[in-house]
Design a binder for this molecule. Structure first.
Ligand code: ATP
Ligand code: MG
Length: 431
């Protein structure tokens, strides 16, 4: 008889079973020891009875500690009082890795739990969040492959200076030279697109964000896509369908985890099935100004404004046509007025705010050179990126979706780091 996972054991009750896992809790009571054993699938109460076990086995049980790894076997029975209504009476018990006194016992501060993240990952809260995160990553890949026939590809993480918003670049020494960590794989995807057509990537992006918000990391996982021959209209449909697909996957595969994390699945259903709202920047600005009258003209929405815009919403909001001053040079101008760009930010509901930044890219060389001049950028510095406009350029559009932010939204997390195994923020790069 081989080992089975705890969830399977619970389903197979009543029967004999061999299981292994870690001791989450243990207590001695009236000549019995109650262990709560956990593995990645579930938890099971296992009991050793001093009257029914031999001395050696009993001693072994007494020696066990919280978070020791163990192998055990016994008989499964129904018991109303046990979690999941099943209990295993221990007939054999072996400690594999005896744990020292586990540093996390009860009620510790957020900072302490971040210090011992390598151990806190074992908590039910982290396990549940990481399971949802897994679904999010997988669903994104599935959508790209199945719905768009897109190829997965990779950019480079070490980059030369040519990116937007230099102030948030991390510098790295590179054999006596100064280079940077990438903020986005977009430029590289645009290059590979001319070889593979629809392309996407999942890669880390690095931003030296000094802002301490609940939605910024210095290293985050960026899902990006770039698609030839499409415009803003088609891009918006891709984004809406993609988010719906991903939310549906989470609803189908993670009902238990969502509930445990405090996210009522019903509240996500509109985002899985209902039509999303679409508005132009100026319409949204008017709404925001009612609450923040000091906002004038072309101002970007920060965390506070986006919270205000989205807190009462049930489905994502697609905000299009930002003034060109608010967006990087590569966004294509709206030919209707030459003042706005054909872009879209997707704001998640319930106060979560931006999860996607996207838009049509300038594809004609002339327009690109003019926009760069206007922005005071030198085409030489952006050498190969500009070059792409010289050889059979085509209209195209793409997006960047923050997978950590997406996961924080669907799990209703208080803070983005709650859904990241090893979060990196302004003051934290350990463990
Ligand atoms: P914000 O205004 O919130 O800083 P941004 O406009 O800088 O976002 P983009 O450059 O458009 O964001 O990046 C695309 C997506 O990547 C964002 O919509 C978001 O989901 C994610 N993202 C950007 N910066 C971060 C960060 N520091 N931490 C986590 N996710 C991020
Ligand atoms: Mg930013």
């Amino acid at each position: 008889m081989g080992f089975i996972k705890i969830l399977e054991a619970i389903k197979k009750c009543p029967q004999k079973a061999k299981i292994r896992g870690w001791i989450k809790r243990m207590r001695e009571h009236k000549g019995k020891i109650f262990f709560l054993l956990r593995d990645e699938t579930s938890e099971l109460q296992c009991v050793a009875d001093s009257e029914k076990t031999n001395k050696e086995l009993w001693q072994m049980c007494l020696n066990a500690t919280i978070e020791s790894s163990v192998e055990l076997s016994g008989t499964l029975r129904r018991d109303e009082r046990a979690p999941h209504g099943v209990e295993l009476s221990i007939e054999d018990f072996k400690i594999i890795g005896l744990a020292e006194k586990f540093p996390i016992q009860k009620d510790f501060s957020t900072e302490f739990l971040l210090d011992v993240r390598h151990l806190w990952l074992r908590s039910a809260k982290m396990r549940d969040a990481l399971k949802v995160r897994d679904t999010v990553f997988r669903a994104f890949r599935e959508f790209m492959r199945k719905e768009l026939n897109a190829y997965e590809t990779q950019g480079a993480m070490f980059v030369s200076g040519m990116v937007e918003g230099g102030s948030t670049l991390f510098e790295v020494p590179y054999f006596g030279k100064k280079i940077y960590l990438t903020q986005s794989s977009q430029f590289y995807l645009e290059a590979v697109m001319y070889s593979l057509g629809n392309v996407y990537t999942i890669a880390p992006s690095f931003r030296a964000e000094k802002s301490k918000t609940t939605r910024h990391l210095t290293e985050f996982w960026h899902a990006e896509g770039e698609f030839p021959w499409i415009g803003l209209k088609e891009l918006l449909d891709i984004e809406e369908n993609m988010i719906k697909y991903m939310v549906r996957a989470v609803l189908e595969q993670n009902e238990i985890e969502l509930k445990a994390l405090g996210r009522e699945p019903k509240t996500l259903e509109p985002s899985a099935y209902k039509k999303y709202d679409r508005m132009r920047y100026e319409e949204v600005l008017k709404i925001v100004q009612k609450r923040f009258p000091y906002l004038k003209g072309a101002t970007d929405f920060g965390e506070k404004e986006e919270r205000e815009i989205t807190k009462e919403r049930k489905v994502p909001l697609l905000v299009t046509h930002y003034p060109k001053e608010l967006k990087p040079f590569y966004h294509r101008l709206d030919p209707e007025d030459n003042k706005h760009v054909l872009c879209c930010d997707v704001l998640a509901p319930e106060g979560y705010g931006e999860i996607i930044g996207s838009g049509e890219r300038i594809w004609e060389l002339k327009e690109m050179l003019e926009r760069m001049k206007e922005e005071g950028l030198s085409p030489e510095q952006y050498g190969w990126y500009v070059d792409l406009r010289r050889y059979g350029s085509v209209p195209h559009a793409g997006f960047g979706l923050g997978l950590d932010r997406f996961t924080a939204w669907v799990t209703k997390a208080q803070h983005i780091r709650d859904v990241v195994p090893f979060p990196r923020t302004l003051n934290r790069y350990y463990p």
